[in-house]
Design a protein around this ligand. Structure first.
Ligand code: GLP
Length: 260
């Protein structure tokens, strides 16, 4: 895994956004795997700026979001449909018919999940997958003990994740119990993975993901097995890593052609 430590979330997000911009410029029909939560917000802001000021063109891009709450309509303000509309899709030119987000209201969850996997395959697979991380090490909504080979399916949230995400809901009791999420195996099939994490509350989760053992009890740790995984973190999120000097050194010594 490549560990990129930056002073602030904005600095790290800018590099992650430039990385995605490069993928889109090199392959205008790129397939992007997208994430929600507070973490990717500065990255989306930078992509929007690149779209407006430098003409970064998303018109040929296809997107697949990681997850959605089961039972929430796309119009629900806490749904990931609403999040993506507000923070990204309303401000760039992704074609609406190429946007895919799990349907929280689907009456046939297993069939919907199979179709979601088929749609990813039919689109040619995900070129670059953006990820945040839960304080318990989840990616997407793959909670600890999720199969490391799992595919898109329904999951039940832990009490910790429901508490962490309660800030988006009027009443903590209304945080859904169930979600539809890409599986760990689905995520691992992406050609590149960008993991973003900011703030000291993510420090333990990042240390376990990057330097801990690979275990289903910390799903993000499987990214150690991914051939092209990049981890963009700020100083507080890096606080519990032991090899930070080496990670900084590697980044400073990068050959020019590898830099974005
Ligand atoms: C949710 C999402 C994850 C996200 C995580 C962290 O659980 N399903 O994809 O990574 O929250 O959220 P935040 O970035 O707000 O800390």
């Amino acid at each position: 895994m490549e560990i990129i430590i930056q002073p602030t979330p904005e600095d790290a997000s800018l590099i992650a956004a430039r990385h995605i911009a490069r993928v889109v410029r090199e392959k205008p029909s790129a397939v992007l795997g997208l994430a929600t939560g507070s973490t990717p917000l500065p990255m989306y802001r930078e992509l929007i700026r690149l779209h407006r000021e430098q003409g970064l063109d998303f018109s040929g891009v296809t997107t697949f979001n990681l997850d959605e709450y089961a039972g929430l309509a796309p119009a629900h303000p806490a749904s990931y449909h609403a999040f993506m509309r507000e923070h990204f899709f309303s401000q760039v030119n992704v074609a609406p018919e190429r946007i895919h987000i799990p349907d929280g209201l689907t009456p046939h969850v297993p069939a919907f999940c199979r179709n979601y996997e088929d749609a990813i395959r039919t689109a040619g697979g995900i070129d670059v997958q953006v990820l945040g991380i839960g304080t318990d090490g989840h990616i997407g909504f793959n909670e600890p003990s999720s199969s490391l080979a799992s595919r898109t399916r329904i999951k039940t949230l832990t009490a910790q994740t429901r508490r962490d995400n309660a800030r988006f809901f009027d009443d903590p009791a209304s945080v859904p119990l169930h979600v539809i999420t890409m599986g760990v195996g689905t995520i691992m099939d992406a050609r590149q993975v960008l993991l973003l994490a900011f703030g000291v509350k993510k420090a333990n989760a990042i240390a376990a993901a990057v330097e801990g053992p690979v275990t289903a009890m910390h799903p993000a740790s499987i990214l150690q097995m991914h051939p092209v995984a990049k981890c963009f973190i700020d100083e507080p999120a890096a606080a519990r890593l032991t090899r930070t000097e080496y990670y900084r050194w590697v980044y400073e010594q990068k050959p020019g052609w590898q830099k974005v």
